[in-house]
Design a protein. Structure first.
Length: 582
C-alpha cells in the first residue's frame, strides 16, 4: 500500500476540522495563493472551510458505458454540495473493452486499470483531498477506482454508472453478447449478414455498461459485497431516474464518511473478500473478477490466494441464472430488489459474513434489515422469478468459478461454468501464438468437435496486457461448438464468454510457463470435477530446455513499460511494487 501522509496535528488553527488534510492547501495566510486559485473556479469561503471531496470521473464518448457519466457525476456533485462538502471533479481515462475487442488495442484494457488507479491516487495525493466519490462505467474503471481508494485510504464512496437496458431483436431481448456470437453464426451460414446488421442496430439501445452479469456488473455487484458501495446501489439502470438518486446519495454519504473518518481500511477485511467471492460464484460472475479481487486484496494487504476462489466456490451454490449462462440481465435483477436479495439468500444459508462492515458504518446484516424495513427490497417469499433460485434448490450445488491446476497450469487457471459443471473434455491441441491467428482459424471453419484451441503469449507480460478474447470464444459458440470445443489461454475472457473456455493460465508462456512447451496434436485433458488441466504423455520440462523467450512485442511506450511491470495473473497481475508477490 502507498505510504500515507501525515495529517495536521490536533490543535492547529483554521476554520476547517483539524483532521482534514485539505487544510494544507486552504488554511493560513501562506495559503492565500492557493485559495486564489480556488476562487478563480468559483469556490467561496464556505467551500474552503468544508471537506474537500474529489469526484473521479472517467466520462468519455468512446463507450456507452461512460458516455453519461458527466450527468452521474453532476448528481454526486450536488449531493456533496448539499451535505456541506466542497466537491471537486476531475477526470481520468477509460478504454472501451467491447470496441477494442479482437484488435491489438485490447492490450490497453488491463493497463487502463493501472492507469486509472495511478491517476486517481496522484490527484487525490497531489491536491490533498479529504475524500472521494469514485465513478465507474466500463470494466476496468471499477477495479481501478477501488484500487485507488485502497491506496489512498481516503474516505470513499464507490459509484457505478449503471448498466444498459437490453435491446430487442425479432421479439427477444438481446445484448452485445448476441452480436459477438452472431459473427460466428454468419461465418457458418447460420445467420445472414442482413440479420446480423439488424441485430447490430438493436442490441445496444442507449447508455450504460453491458447488461448481463459480465465484468462491469460483476464488479459493481462485488462493490456492494466488499462494502465499497451501499447495498442496492449497483443495479439501477444507467438511464433510470433511480441511478441519479443513487449518485446524489453517494455524494451525501461521501461527506458523512469524511466527517466520521471512515476509510477503506476500516471495513475491508478477509471476511469482506470472502463475501465478494461468494457473491461472484453465486451469480455466475465474470472470470475477470478473480484477477481484480486478487489485485484489490493485494493492495489492501489482505491475504487472498487464487486457490481460495475454488474453496469458496465448492461450498457456495450458484443461485442466479443471468447472462452469459442464462437469458436475464442486470435490470431483471434490479426489478426484484437487486444484489441485496442475492446476498440475503446467501447470508441466511450461512454463505455470507453478515457482520462485515460497509462504507455506511453499518454491517451487511444491518443494511439488509434497513432495506427490508424501508421497503426497498421485498420479503424473500414474495420473490418468484425463473432466474433466482434458493440455496436449497440451486442451479448448481457449487459456484460457477473453478480453479484448475495441473502440468499445464501449476499456478492455476480460471474457468467459469456456464453449462455442464461435470465437464470432461479431451482432445488434440491446436496451438496459436496470438489471438489473430486463432481467430482466422476459427473463421475459416478449421475447428472440429473435440479440438482444444490453445492461444499463448497473451498473458500480462507476454501480450502485454492479457487481452480478452470474446471475439474468438463467441465465434466458437456461434458456430455451434459451445460444449465440444475447449479453449485455453494465458490471456483473459470477457464476462460475456461462455462454454469451456479456460484463461489466466499461470505461469504464462512468455515467462517459460508450460504452455510454451505445448505442440500441435498433443492430447489435452480438461476435468472440471477433478479441477485438472493436463497434457498427457509429454515431458514439458524436456521440451522447454531449449526454449527462448520471444522478443517483446513493444520496445518502448506505455505497453513496454507495463509489460515489464505486470506480475503473474495468479497474483492479480498487479503492478504496484509495494504489493508484488512471488
Amino acid at each position: 500500500m502507498s505510504q500515507q501522509q501525515p495529517r495536521p496535528e490536533d490543535g492547529e488553527s483554521g476554520g476547517k476540522p483539524e483532521n482534514l488534510r485539505s487544510r494544507e492547501v486552504t488554511e493560513g495566510a501562506e495559503r492565500a495563493p492557493h485559495r486564489a486559485m480556488f476562487r478563480a473556479m468559483g469556490y467561496d469561503d464556505e467551500d474552503l472551510s468544508s471537506p474537500m471531496v474529489g469526484i473521479a470521473n472517467p466520462a468519455a464518448d468512446i463507450t456507452p458505458c461512460n458516455v453519461h457519466l458527466d450527468d452521474v457525476a453532476e448528481s454526486a456533485y450536488e449531493g456533496i454540495d448539499a451535505a456541506g462538502g466542497m466537491p471537486i471533479e476531475f477526470g481520468t481515462i477509460t478504454i472501451s473493452d467491447a470496441i477494442s475487442m479482437g484488435t491489438e488495442g485490447m492490450k490497453a484494457s488491463l493497463i487502463s486499470r493501472e492507469v486509472i488507479a495511478d491517476s486517481v491516487e496522484l490527484v487525490a495525493f497531489g491536491e490533498r483531498m479529504d475524500g472521494l466519490v469514485t465513478v465507474a462505467g466500463c470494466d476496468k474503471n471499477l477495479p481501478g477506482m477501488m484500487m485507488a481508494a485502497i491506496r489512498t485510504d481516503l474516505p470513499t464512496v464507490f459509484l457505478y454508472g449503471g448498466s444498459i437496458m437490453p435491446g430487442e431483436h425479432e421479439g427477444r431481448e438481446v445484448t452485445i453478447q448476441n452480436v459477438f456470437e452472431g459473427v460466428g453464426a454468419v461465418s457458418q451460414g447460420e445467420m445472414s449478414e442482413d440479420e446480423l446488421d439488424d441485430l447490430e442496430r438493436n442490441a445496444c439501445p442507449g447508455a450504460g455498461s453491458c447488461g448481463g452479469m459480465f465484468t462491469a456488473n460483476t464488479m459493481a455487484s462485488i462493490s456492494e459485497a466488499l462494502g465499497f458501495a451501499p447495498l442496492g446501489s449497483a443495479s439501477p439502470p444507467a438511464e433510470d431516474e433511480s441511478r441519479y438518486a443513487e449518485a446524489r446519495r453517494a455524494g451525501e454519504l461521501a461527506v458523512e464518511v469524511v466527517e466520521e473518518g471512515r476509510s477503506p481500511s476500516d471495513y475491508l477485511t478477509k471476511e469482506s473478500f470472502e463475501n465478494a467471492v461468494a457473491l461472484q460464484v453465486a451469480v455466475g460472475g465474470s472470470t475477470n473478477a478473480v484477477l481484480h479481487l486478487l489485485a484489490l486484496a493485494a493492495e489492501a494487504g489482505v491475504a487472498l490466494s487464487i486457490e481460495e476462489f475454488d474453496e469458496i466456490s465448492r461450498r457456495t451454490p450458484k443461485i442466479a441464472d443471468l447472462q452469459p449462462g442464462g437469458e436475464r440481465v442486470m435490470n431483471d435483477l434490479h426489478e426484484v430488489g437487486g444484489v441485496p436479495v442475492v446476498i440475503r439468500r446467501l447470508l441466511e444459508a450461512g454463505h455470507f459474513h453478515g457482520d462485515a462492515l460497509t462504507v455506511t458504518g453499518r454491517t451487511v446484516a444491518e443494511e439488509l434489515d434497513r432495506l427490508e424495513a424501508e421497503g426497498e427490497i421485498p420479503p424473500d417469499d414474495e420473490i418468484d422469478v425463473d432466474f433466482l433460485y434458493s440455496t436449497d434448490d440451486p442451479i448448481h450445488e457449487e459456484g460457477a468459478i473453478k480453479i484448475l491446476t495441473g502440468n499445464l497450469a501449476p499456478d492455476g487457471a480460471v474457468l467459469k461454468v456456464t453449462g455442464d459443471d461435470t465437464l470432461h473434455h479431451e482432445g488434440p491441441a491446436r496451438v496459436f501464438e496470438n489471438e489473430e491467428d486463432a481467430m482466422a482459424y476459427v473463421q475459416e471453419g478449421g475447428i472440429e468437435s473435440g479440438d482444444v484451441i490453445v492461444i499463448r503469449n497473451e498473458g500480462p507480460r507476454g501480450g502485454p496486457g492479457m487481452r480478452e478474447m470474446l471475439g474468438v470464444t463467441a465465434a466458437v459458440v456461434g458456430q455451434g461448438h459451445e460444449d465440444d470445443v475447449a479453449l485455453i489461454t494465458d490471456g483473459r475472457f470477457s464476462g460475456a464468454t461462455r462454454g469451456p473456455m479456460i484463461g489466466h493460465v499461470a505461469p504464462e508462456a512468455f515467462v517459460g510457463g508450460p504452455l510454451a512447451g505445448l505442440e500441435d496434436g498433443d492430447t489435452v485433458r480438461v476435468d472440471v470435477p477433478d479441477r485438472t488441466l493436463e497434457v498427457d504423455g509429454v515431458d514439458l520440462d524436456d521440451r522447454l530446455v531449449d526454449w527462448e523467450r520471444p522478443e517483446p512485442a513493444y520496445a518502448g511506450g506505455v505497453l513496454a513499460k507495463y509489460g515489464l511491470a505486470f506480475d503473474s495473473a495468479a497474483n492479480g497481475a498487479v503492478t504496484n511494487p509495494g504489493v508484488k508477490r512471488e
